[in-house]
Design a binder for this molecule. Structure first.
Ligand SMILES: *Cc1c(COP(=O)(O)O)cnc(C)c1O
Length: 394
């Protein structure tokens, strides 16, 4: 731990991890290089023996990528971290670095589509058994645990219906069985919720979402303690190669400087929109973790500092009503992406979750009328007017 640890997160997000070149640039340098050269054959030998600190090859590590990792470590309160090319690369690598054939995984069933594929379809192909449960039900976690359980995986708030899972309670069950808890913290962002403070062992992100925040680059990151990163994760990544591009890392580094202001502005807008939708007669159900009538509002208050920028709600009585509404929106664009400066709305039943059968959709509460909106940074009054106009058509 260094001298700068004394500063608060917002300061560290602007300054941590910068390694200035001899030119003394103000902004972080972009070290867009795949390889590195050595002063001598002896130095090359020493570096491979890990007797000389320094970079070898950007698949193993890169100074710009390290700046991004160090800023995320400061924000998350993690000992160490490794960035990846995408959020899915982070989820997959976190899982595979911890598992082998014969192990067992317990996961909440309300997961981002690709995460559910990894758990439900991919891992079993390699001899890892998996159990999916209702993450809100603590007895279900308890009952699903087996002596072979090595990893417990969850997302809170979940996609798309923003269910909240009690991380500390699940961490306690996980640890009582000698397993490790991996939390996908994309929806809350590191500004609103720090899973390590609630007992999680490993936190994963798609940096593609709020961390970039402007819809430009794909990226991901895995954060955890020093032993895990050094002994289990680092070599897995080095040999399998899902490395983050230094260019994308540089974009993320610059984005982190404004993450606190952006997330606050996202939440301001989302709170206003949630209040507006809750009162509107064409809206049949509103789910927002920052709204008093969320079924797990108290738990959300305990784990999150604010409600986030994602809202789920139901419009009209059938799919046609939901489609008419989103087609009528002018500012909000139809997109399955989220965490962007632009407001994005999606119809989960026909897009992100279309592969699930009707029973699985019903289990998750995804109806033909359900919409998920990622509230952006536009003027709140314009968003309310846009929604008012489009709801009037429905
Ligand atoms: C987007 C997302 C991912 C995957 O991230 P990519 O960067 O698209 O690979 C994983 N989990 C959640 C919750 C997400 O929203």
């Amino acid at each position: 731990m260094s001298e700068k640890d004394k500063y608060r997160p917002r300061t560290r997000l602007v300054h941590d991890g910068q390694s200035r070149s001899p030119f003394g640039e103000t902004s972080e340098a972009l070290y867009l290089t795949s390889g590195f050269v050595y002063d001598s054959a002896e130095q090359a030998e020493a570096r491979f023996r890990e007797e000389d600190e320094g970079y070898i090859y950007s698949r193993f590590g890169n100074p710009t990528v390290r700046t991004f990792e160090e800023r995320m470590m400061a924000l998350e309160g993690a000992d160490d971290a490794r960035a990846t090319a995408t959020g899915m690369a982070a989820v997959t690598a976190a899982m595979l670095s911890l598992l082998k054939a014969g192990d067992h995984v317990v996961a909440a069933r309300a997961l981002f589509g690709s995460c559910r594929y990894i758990v439900e379809t991919l891992l079993p192909r390699y001899g890892v058994e998996t159990t999916l449960i209702d993450g809100r039900d603590l007895d279900a976690w308890q009952q699903a645990m087996r002596p072979q359980t090595k990893v417990v995986f969850l997302e809170t708030p979940s996609n798309p219906l923003l269910e909240i899972i009690d991380m500390q309670a699940v961490a306690d069950i996980t640890h009582a069985h000698g397993a490790r808890l991996v939390v996908d913290n994309v929806f809350a962002t590191p500004m609103l919720q720090r899973p390590l403070d609630f007992g999680a062992d490993i936190v994963v992100y798609s940096a593609t979402k709020h961390i970039d925040g402007q819809g430009r680059c794909l990226g991901g990151i895995i954060l955890g303690n020093e032993d895990y990163v050094r002994d289990e994760l680092a070599n897995f990544l080095r040999q399998t190669g899902p490395a983050l591009s230094p260019f994308n890392a540089w974009v993320m580094v610059k984005s982190l400087e404004t993450l606190p202001v952006r997330v606050d502005a996202h939440c301001d807008n989302a709170e206003t929109l949630a209040d507006f939708l809750a009162e509107h007669k064409a809206v049949n159900r509103l789910i927002y973790p920052g709204h008093g009538d969320h079924p797990q509002y108290d738990l959300a208050q305990r784990q999150m500092t604010r409600g986030g920028n994602l809202i789920a709600f139901d419009v009209g009585t059938d799919k046609a009503d939901a489609f008419n509404f989103i087609n009528a929106l002018e500012i909000a664009s139809i997109s399955n992406n989220l965490g962007d400066a632009k407001t994005l709305i999606t119809h989960p039943a026909t897009t992100t979750h279309f592969r699930l059968d009707d029973a699985a959709k019903a289990e998750l509460g995804i109806r033909p009328t359900t919409l998920r909106v990622s509230i952006g940074l536009e003027d709140t009054a314009d968003l309310v007017e846009d929604f008012t106009r489009a709801l009037a058509i429905t």
